[in-house]
Write a protein that binds this ligand. Structure first.
Ligand code: IMP
Length: 183
């Protein structure tokens, strides 16, 4: 769906589907160059990163493998719960591999900080992070995100994999919802 399909629920578009795709293409080229001669293992964080993973992996011009993890974060609200729990672990052994975590959005950085610690202990050859969106608070945390799609204001956004109460992940554009949706 596009923003115009849900005009009554929508407040404003931050990034159109085309802007998101253009940025993914740029990041893909940068990642290809940085990992030249190395095979990447992309680890997607479910459920939000599904769209980023699908597009970023196809933007790469070199081989990669993919695996997935699911971690608890917001539940159905818009504030971080502070509770981090593995709901689904990886299916593969990452030791000795070049791992790139693929995230939808970093807000407090709580989820990522836990994930990085957890994955580092499995001794990958390298571990970096890519996120499509980053909120201001994330910059103040100690988690070093190498690839950032867009820095965004401190607003709750939906679309391109990002949900509110399970909905709007299939929205092509990215933007904010009208106040009445949260009531
Ligand atoms: P953090 O642990 O506070 O960095 O939150 C990261 C997770 O919270 C993301 O992977 C998302 O699932 C969720 N999240 C944070 N901000 C937003 C938002 O604006 N829209 C939708 N989900 C969000």
């Amino acid at each position: 769906m596009d923003a115009k399909d849900i005009a009554q629920d929508f407040e404003h578009v931050l990034f159109t589907a085309d802007q998101v795709q253009d940025r993914i293409t740029e990041l893909g080229a940068q990642i290809d160059a940085d990992y030249e001669g190395k095979e990447l293992l992309l680890i997607g964080v479910l459920n939000g990163a599904i769209m980023v993973m699908a597009d970023l992996s196809r933007a790469l011009r070199s081989h990669c493998t993919m695996d997935w993890m699911a971690i608890s974060s917001y539940g159905s609200g818009t504030k971080s719960s502070g509770v981090v729990r593995i709901l689904k672990d990886l299916s593969t052994d990452i030791s000795g591999k070049h791992v790139l975590i693929v995230e939808d959005i970093v807000d407090t950085g709580l989820t990522l900080s836990y994930l990085v610690q957890n994955l580092q202990s499995r001794e990958p050859a390298s571990l970096e992070i890519m996120t499509m969106f980053r909120k201001p608070e994330a910059i103040t945390t100690d988690v070093d995100v190498k690839y950032v799609g867009f820095d965004i204001p401190n607003e709750f956004v939906v679309g391109y994999g990002l949900d509110y109460a399970g909905r709007y992940r299939n929205l092509r554009d990215v933007g904010t919802l009208a106040e009445h949706v949260y009531r």
